[in-house]
Write a protein that binds this ligand. Structure first.
Ligand code: 5GP
Ligand code: MN
Length: 349
């Protein structure tokens, strides 16, 4: 059946420019976004492990650390983190002739690295699945919002590379495992943004030998007891419904984070829960981040409501139509009034 091929051609316009860049590169840096999620570290690690298998000198770089539950994904990849080792990251970027950017639409998402990467003379490639890439910042852009994740887009790109030639068995386990993690986390374990090509990818990876249950347990079922109790507290005592706008929100304060021994990643997925209430179409989750000096904003919506536009207009961020994020410079107690005002203005009522 030719179905698989058709889907690949649909997503991938032309692999030749990437193939040409990869074969000419001497030193590559690959980078993903600030506060990396599963798709960021999955695509970064898979990309670097693949390039290394082709003999390319490649350094994976992140602006900020990985949450504990994602650290295993990057194990053995030689990952450098700017916040832990500024000099090594600066040196790697300065020496790079190619910079591959993964899972973000503009360099501002690399936070502290934006300036160095922007000023670098290296050839810049972007591989991403968000809306509205800033194409002026890159030399070559592979972008589609039709795929579930950057990991999925990268998978279909790798399948086209000359040494892989559509044969998944030519991709190492240190490539396919991270790809699976990123696709699994960005789709909420196959519940959103899934298309036929996503299942095609899943099937290919399982045939290659990915242990789906092991990865699922490592990422999704590996939380602490305080994290579960925090979820109970937030859902029972903190979730508010905004009458008239079919919206729900929760505010997590620094004090509560301390009380529940909060670790990075502990609130992952919580923003989705209010959307399981019949009639709720927007969910917002606000987290006070005293170290960063702002409130992190997470937004989710049902199809038909565009939280990417809401995030861009009111929350200094962006993302996807049904999953977006940003930040606010407000006190936690001022968030409810600001959220209400943003809904009033956004919906014009
Ligand atoms: P999350 O709510 O899981 O942190 O983010 C959801 C989506 O919004 C992700 O796809 C992410 O790329 C995007 N996003 C999160 N924070 C920001 C931000 O500060 N700026 C932009 N442009 N996008 C963001
Ligand atoms: Mn992603």
């Amino acid at each position: 059946m030719q179905f698989n091929t058709l889907i690949i051609l649909d997503i991938i316009p032309d692999i030749r420019p990437l193939e040409a860049i990869v074969s000419k590169s001497r030193r590559v840096v690959a980078v993903s976004h600030f506060k990396p999620d599963g798709d960021a570290v999955g695509s970064l690690t898979a990309c670097c492990n693949y390039l290394r298998s082709r003999g390319v000198d490649v350094t994976p770089v992140l602006p900020s650390p990985l949450a504990e539950y994602l650290q295993f994904v990057a194990e053995g990849s030689g990952l450098l983190i700017f916040q832990d080792d500024e000099d090594a990251v600066n040196a790697a970027i300065a020496a790079a002739d190619t910079i591959i950017c993964l899972d973000f639409s503009g360099l501002s998402r690399t936070e502290y690295l934006q300036e160095q990467i922007g000023a670098s003379k290296a050839v810049k490639v972007l591989i991403d699945h968000h809306a509205s890439q800033d194409a002026s910042e890159f030399d070559l852009v592979y972008a589609s919002t039709e795929v579930s994740s950057t990991c999925e887009l990268l998978f279909w790109l790798l399948m086209q590379m000359s040494d892989v030639a559509g044969d998944v068995s030519r991709l190492g386990m240190d490539v396919v495992n991270p790809l699976y993690v990123g696709m699994m986390t960005d789709t909420n374990n196959f519940s959103n943004s899934v298309s036929p090509s996503t299942f095609e990818m899943g099937a290919a990876l399982l045939r290659r030998g990915v242990d789906k249950n092991a990865l699922q347990f490592a990422v999704l079922n590996n939380h602490s007891e305080p994290r579960m109790r925090l979820m109970g507290h937030l859902l029972k005592d903190k979730m508010q419904i905004v009458d008239g706008y079919d919206a729900a929100y929760m505010v997590l304060t620094a004090e509560e984070k301390q009380q529940y021994s909060f670790k990075s990643g502990d609130s992952e997925g919580l923003v989705n829960m209010p959307l399981t209430i019949a009639g709720i179409r927007i969910s917002a989750f606000f987290t006070e981040c005293p170290d960063d000096g702002y409130i992190r904003v997470s937004l989710r919506s049902r199809p038909g409501t565009d939280v990417n536009a809401l995030a861009r207009a009111y929350f200094n961020g962006g993302g996807h139509v049904n999953a977006a994020g940003g930040r606010l410079w407000l006190k936690p107690e001022d968030v409810p009034a600001y959220f209400l005002k943003s809904l009033q203005e956004f919906f014009g009522k």
